[in-house]
Design a protein around this ligand. Structure first.
Ligand code: CTP
Length: 404
C-alpha cells in the first residue's frame, strides 16, 4: 500500500504548459488512495480546464477567492480551511511568476493565499523555459523557497515547449509521485523496525465443538498493527479468532487459536523484533483435558477442571534481549497499583491500562480509555477516544520512550 493512501493532497496548479500533465497527476494520486482537491491560478485555466480536474478529483476546483453563480449569493472559498484540510500541498507546475511570488510572500490569488496559510509539508515542481530556469533570480527564488522548508521536485532536461532542449521540464507525474512517496518513507519514524503485536481472544477447546473464550474483538490490536505499519515498521500480527480484516503490505498476519498456539507463534518471531506489544486477551485458564468427542448431555452437573495457560507476556519479559516490551492490563479495581505490579512481575517497559470502571473502555466497542504507565511508573492519563486514536497515542508514547 502506498504511503499516499488516505492522504489529503491539495494540488496547486499555475499557468505553465506542463499544467496539462496535472490531469495525470490527479489520477495517479487518486489511484493510490489519496483524496485530492485542486486550486488553480486564474491564468492556468488557459492550459487545463477546472472541469477536467474537478471530474478527475471528484471535488470542486477553485481559482478565485469567491464563486458567484447567477442568481445565487457569492460563496467565499476559504483558503485557510483548504490549507488546514491538507496533509500535504503539491504545487505543480510552479512557473517563474508563481515561484517569485511564493518566495516573496505575494498573495494576489487563491493559490498563493492557500500556500501562505498551509501548515502542511509543501512540495513544488518548477517548470519553465531553459533560460528562465537558469536565470540568477530563479536560482535565488528556488533556494529561498527550499530554505523555508518546502521540498523541490527538480525540473528535468528535455525538449521544452519553446523548442529549446535543456533543463526546465516539469518532472513527469509518476516521478512526482515517487519523489513524494520516497520523501515520506524516509521520514517514517519506525522505518526499519520489526514489531510483534498480539491481538484478539484465544479459544481453549473443551471438546471439538465447545470452547472457553472471551469477548475480545481484536480491534485494539489491529488498530495498533495498522498504525505501526503506517509509520514504516514491519509488523507480525499474531491474532486469535477474530473477524477483523487487516490489509497492509507491511503486516504479516499469523492466525492462531489457543493460548498455546499464540505462545509458540510469539516465541518464533520474538528474537527478531525490536518492539513487542501484547494486546491480546489471552485466556488465563484452559480445560485440563480436551475431549476428542463431543461431550454428551446428561442430567447431572458437569465439572470441567481448568489449568493455567502459559503467560505469554511474562515469558517474553523473561526472554527479553533488547526488545521494548509493552503489555496491557484490564482491571476492575486498584487499577494503577495492579498495573504497576504487572510491569514488575512481567519485566515490561510500558503498560497500557484499561479500567472496566470507565464507560466506553475495554472489549467489543470502538472506543477505549487508557492510562499509559512507563517502567519508572510515570502515568499518562488519556481521555475516551476511538481505538484508532488510542493506537496513535500508544505508539507515540513508545516512539518517545525508545528515542529517549
Ligand atoms: N497475557 C499473556 N498471557 C496470558 C495472560 C495474559 O500474554 N496467559 C498478557 C495480556 O496480553 C496482557 C497482559 O498479559 O498484555 C495482562 O493481561 P491481564 O489479563 O490484564 O492480566 P493477567 O496477567 O492475566 O493477570 P490478572 O488476570 O490476574 O489480572
Amino acid at each position: 500500500m502506498s504511503v499516499l493512501n488516505g492522504k489529503k493532497i491539495l494540488l496547486g496548479v499555475s499557468a505553465g504548459i506542463a499544467a496539462y500533465k496535472t490531469a495525470e497527476l490527479v489520477r495517479a494520486f487518486i489511484k493510490l488512495g489519496a483524496e485530492v482537491k485542486v486550486v488553480m491560478t486564474p491564468a492556468s485555466k488557459d492550459f487545463i480546464t477546472p472541469l477536467t480536474l474537478s471530474t478527475l478529483s471528484k471535488n470542486p476546483v477553485h481559482s478565485t477567492f469567491y464563486d458567484k453563480k447567477e442568481g445565487e449569493d457569492e460563496l467565499w472559498n476559504n483558503h485557510v480551511d483548504l490549507g488546514l484540510w491538507a496533509d500535504m500541498m503539491v504545487i505543480a507546475p510552479v512557473t517563474a511568476n508563481t515561484l517569485s511570488k511564493m518566495a516573496n510572500g505575494v498573495c494576489d490569488n487563491l493559490l498563493l493565499a492557500t500556500y501562505l496559510s498551509a501548515k502542511c509539508p509543501v512540495y513544488f515542481a518548477p517548470a519553465m523555459d531553459l533560460d528562465m530556469y537558469k536565470h540568477q533570480s530563479t536560482k535565488v527564488n528556488l533556494d529561498k523557497l527550499q530554505s523555508f522548508g518546502n521540498k523541490m521536485i527538480p525540473a528535468t532536461s528535455g525538449e521544452l515547449a519553446s523548442g529549446l532542449i535543456g533543463e526546465g521540464r516539469m518532472a513527469e507525474p509518476k516521478d512526482i509521485v515517487c519523489f513524494i512517496e520516497d520523501d515520506i518513507n524516509s521520514k517514517l519514524p519506525l522505518k526499519g523496525k520489526k514489531v510483534l503485536v498480539t491481538a484478539g481472544p484465544t479459544y481453549e477447546n473443551i471438546d471439538p465443538v465447545r470452547f472457553i473464550g472471551n469477548r475480545s474483538s481484536g480491534k485494539m490490536g489491529c488498530e495498533i498493527a495498522k498504525e505501526i505499519a503506517n509509520l514504516g515498521a514491519e509488523v507480525i500480527l499474531v491474532i486469535g479468532p477474530s473477524s477483523q480484516i487487516v490489509e497492509h503490505s507491511l503486516i504479516k498476519r499469523v492466525d492462531v487459536k489457543s493460548a498455546e498456539d499464540m505462545y509458540n507463534a510469539c516465541h518464533k518471531y520474538y528474537s527478531n523484533v525490536d518492539i513487542a506489544i501484547c494486546s491480546a486477551a489471552v485466556a488465563d485458564y484452559k480445560p485440563s483435558n480436551t475431549d476428542n468427542q463431543k461431550i454428551k448431555s446428561k442430567n447431572s452437573s458437569l465439572i470441567i477442571e481448568l489449568v493455567p495457560t502459559k503467560d505469554i507476556l511474562k515469558s517474553l519479559g523473561e526472554a527479553k534481549d533488547n526488545q521494548f516490551l509493552v503489555g496491557f492490563a484490564l482491571e476492575t479495581n486498584n487499577e494503577v497499583a495492579n498495573a504497576k505490579e504487572k510491569i514488575k512481575k512481567k519485566n515490561l517497559d510500558m503498560i497500557v491500562l484499561n479500567s472496566l470502571q470507565d464507560k466506553g473502555a475495554g472489549f467489543e466497542g470502538d472506543t477505549n480509555k487508557v492510562t499509559i504507565i512507563d517502567k519508572h511508573f510515570k502515568e499518562n492519563v488519556f481521555s475516551l477516544k476511538s481505538k484508532k486514536e488510542v493506537a496513535k497515542d500508544i505508539i507515540n508514547e513508545i516512539i518517545q520512550q525508545i528515542n529517549a
